[in-house]
Every structure is written in C-alpha cells, then in structure tokens.
Design a protein around this ligand. Structure first.
Ligand code: SAH
Ligand code: DHB
Ligand code: MG
Length: 218
C-alpha cells in the first residue's frame, strides 16, 4: 500500500473512532461540492482540532479569514460557549451564500456572521478583540492577515494558520509559487515578532501533506 493510501485509511479510522458521523457537516460538504467549490476544506480531524482549541482556550470571540462553504466555520463556532460570536471573511459571493446556508442548517446563523468582501477591507472595519484567529484564505495575504490578527488580539489569544507545509514545498527558498512565497513570509514575520510564540504541526491524511501553525499572542 502507498503511503498516501495509508494516510487516508488512518484519517478514516480516526474520524470513525473519535469524530463519529455528523449529518450537518456531511450535508455542508455535499452542498459545497454541489456548488462547484474546490474540496480544500480542512480535513475533519483538523476541524475537530480547531473545535478543541476554541474549547480548551474558552474563546468567546473567534475570527476566521477564508470561509469557503463554512465547513471549518461550523467546527469553530460549535466550540463557542453560549453568547460566543464568530466573524468569518469571504471574498467570493457564491461561497459566502453557501456558507450562510450551511451555518443556518447547523443552527449557527445567530452565532457566526459571514462578511463578504476582500479580507483586508473587512479587517479594517473590525475592532475585536478576538480570542482565537484562524487564517485560511489566499496565502499571499498571510503576512497582512497576521499583522491584522496582532492588532485585533490581546495577550493570551491564539492564532492558527493553515497550509504551512504545502506538500513540503515550504522549504523551497527559491520557489516562485505564490502560496509558498506568502507562507514563507508568514514564517519570517512570526519568527521576528516578539508578540508571537509558535510552532508548526505537519499533517498527513486524505488531503495530502500539509500543516498548521499554532501561535500564542503575548
Ligand atoms: N476555511 C475553509 C477553507 C477556506 S479556502 C474550510 O476549511 O472549510 C480559502 C477561502 O479563502 C476561499 O473560499 C477563497 O475564496 C477565500 N479567499 C481568497 N482570497 C480572499 C480574500 N482576499 N479575502 C477573503 N477571502 C478570500
Ligand atoms: C488549498 C488548500 C487549502 O486548505 C487552502 O486554504 C487553500 C488552497 C489547496 O490545496 O490548493
Ligand atoms: Mg486551508
């Protein structure tokens, strides 16, 4: 069996043992596919990690940059306590509409607000403070999103950045791939930023080889 096939099997095993069936998330993914979205949502096991981070932290306000169909949004918003709020930012009106429907079906329409527009424009209108920020939009925007995350958080907040390994291509210093260049710039910014203390977790699974940065704001 190939390594990739084994990663997928283990992903399915983890999902079956620890995540269980979930009609709302299954329906959300089906509607994403029906709308013609690329299947670039976080894997279920990482969606669950986002949910656990919200709960471990006791986060009450969450910011997500990059909504797509609201799949990761549902995982995050489900971790909030009563009265918690989530803002999620999406540039594509087709995806924002699907996300609103998916959040509505999940019973989260009153918890999670989808903001349509370029993230940099929406971010300029937000004041926070947020307890947890999940950055998962266009990768060239990552440095700008990290700077905004710092402006919109207080010490103790958590920042999570998706797609920080990109099949291992993140180590290619000569890469001209915009997502690799943007992600490497994000690493440089985090490394140079005294307010951020971070690590990265490499992940494999049904969506290949990638990873998350998890950072603590001080
Ligand atoms: N977080 C989602 C996946 C997001 S995919 C999940 O795991 O379920 C990245 C999303 O970022 C896409 O929907 C894309 O349209 C959006 N995006 C790309 N550039 C953007 C920008 N400049 N502002 C806001 N959203 C953007
Ligand atoms: C891709 C994956 C992502 O998780 C994302 O946020 C953007 C793009 C991709 O595989 O192309
Ligand atoms: Mg992503």
């Amino acid at each position: 069996m190939s390594d990739e096939a084994r990663w997928e099997q283990v992903d399915a095993y983890v999902a079956e043992k620890l995540l269980g069936p979930d009609e709302v998330l299954t329906a959300a993914l089906a509607d994403c596919a029906a709308a013609g979205m690329p299947a670039i949502q976080v894997p279920a096991a990482q969606g669950k990690l986002l949910n656990l981070l919200v709960r471990v932290h006791g986060a009450r306000r969450v910011l997500e940059i990059g909504t797509l169909g609201g799949y990761s949004t549902i995982w995050l918003a489900r971790g909030l306590p009563a009265g918690g709020r989530l803002d999620t930012l999406e540039i594509d009106p087709r995806w924002a509409e699907v996300a609103r429907r998916n959040l509505d079906r999940a019973g989260l329409a009153g918890v999670a607000e989808v903001h349509l527009g370029p993230a940099v424009d929406t971010l300029a209108t937000l004041t926070g403070p947020y307890d947890l920020v999940f950055i998962d939009a266009d990768k060239p925007g990552n440095p700008a999103y990290l700077r905004e995350a710092l402006r919109l958080t207080r010490p103790g907040a958590v920042v999570v950045l998706d797609n920080v390994v990109r099949g291992g291509r993140v180590v290619d210093a000569d890469s001209t791939e915009p997502s690799v260049v943007g992600t490497r710039a994000a690493y440089d910014l985090i490394a140079a930023e005294p307010r951020l203390d971070a690590t990265a977790l490499q992940t494999v699974g049904a969506k290949g080889y990638d990873g998350f940065v998890v950072a603590l704001v001080s």
